[in-house]
Design a protein around this ligand. Structure first.
Ligand code: 3HC
Length: 283
């Protein structure tokens, strides 16, 4: 089945990035947000990203205009009715996701494949809210989406071979490398990443090393592009805590129990880069 029109639900950090890379690959994109102000902010961020590439001489102005011309915003679910593929990237809340897909199921044609970009929720739990669990997969992108090369493709016990093949080919058409993961909370990358970030926070919490030394250790000792505390701020401490809580619920293992320091920072509204302060100050 040929994919021409892509619906993207959510125009935050991930949804905006997904919409951008889809439009850059030539797809027509309809982006759904709950409110006009979120849509304006998300579309503004895409334009700013592309303008930065133009300023660096990496993207012709005409190409930027063409990419933006392929993206339309909406706050109405029914506007996604012409999508051949819908990728959901809204908040990490199972109820919000099942409500959205329940509504999309009623407006999208039978051939539309649904994909969730969830970081942590088993895909089958979301797919079960629709009448098309065979045409439902996970497509998990990484932040920042235009830069990160990987997409995890998640097949559930009910995904058809055709929808997995279709979604994989689609992700590859965006210039991404794909890996296949089983439909278990955390898939491949976050299953490894979250305990690593939590361990770094526990190290800071117990005074084993300073935040700078923890980060410098991993940047210079392992050649990671960011140290774990910088990366936690980058992912968002609220998001990291929400992902860990879902893992803890699923596996009941101590390594997924949020460190007290993380929980307290989230309670204090210190979400990392997006709120201006986390382990570091971005003021
Ligand atoms: N959007 C688009 N492009 C961006 C960008 C963004 N948000 N941030 C950086 N870039 C581009 C820059 O424009 C630059 O492009 P150029 O090479 O064409 O000029 C390039 O990326 C490098 O950027 P910078 O020179 O500004 O900075 P760095 O070299 O330090 O790279 C980084 C920034 C790419 C973010 C790098 O630090 C990195 O790879 N960090 C690790 C990110 C990571 O681990 N992400 C995964 C998070 S986990 C996740 O997403 C899963 C989820 O479920 C939680």
């Amino acid at each position: 089945m040929e994919i021409r029109n892509v619906g993207v639900a959510g125009c935050g950090l991930m949804g905006g990035g997904i919409a951008q890379v889809c439009a850059q690959a030539g797809y027509r994109v309809m982006v759904l947000e709950m409110e006009q102000r979120f849509l304006d902010k998300g579309l503004g961020a895409i334009a700013k990203n592309l303008a930065r590439a133009v300023a660096k001489g990496k993207l012709p102005q005409a190409e930027m205009d063409a990419v933006l011309g392929r993206i339309t915003g909406t706050t109405v679910v029914v506007d996604l009715r012409d999508s051949d593929l819908v990728i959901e990237a809204i908040i990490e809340n199972p109820q919000a996701k099942t409500d959205l897909f329940g509504a999309l199921d009623g407006v999208c044609p039978a051939h539309t494949v649904f994909a969730s970009n969830t970081s942590s929720i088993p895909i089958i739990e979301i797919a079960a809210a629709t009448q098309r669990p065979d045409r439902f997969v996970g497509l998990h992108f990484f932040n920042p989406v235009p830069v990160m090369q990987l997409v995890e493709v998640i097949r559930t016990i009910q995904s058809s071979d055709a929808s997995v093949a279709n979604a994989t080919a689609f992700a590859q058409s965006l210039g991404k490398k794909t890996i296949q993961a089983k439909d278990r909370a955390g898939f491949v990358v976050n299953f490894l990443l979250v305990p690593y970030l939590y361990e770094a926070i526990r190290m800071l919490e117990t005074g084993m090393a300073s935040r700078e030394d923890i980060d410098t250790g991993m940047v210079l000792g392992c050649n990671y592009p960011m140290g774990p505390l910088t990366l936690a701020d980058y992912v968002g401490l609220d998001t990291l805590c929400a992902i860990g809580d879902i893992f803890f619920e699923a596996f009941r293992e101590a390594r997924y129990a949020a460190p007290l320091l993380l929980r307290q920072m989230v309670a204090a509204g210190l979400y990392g880069r997006k709120s201006g302060k986390g382990f570091y100050d971005y003021g």
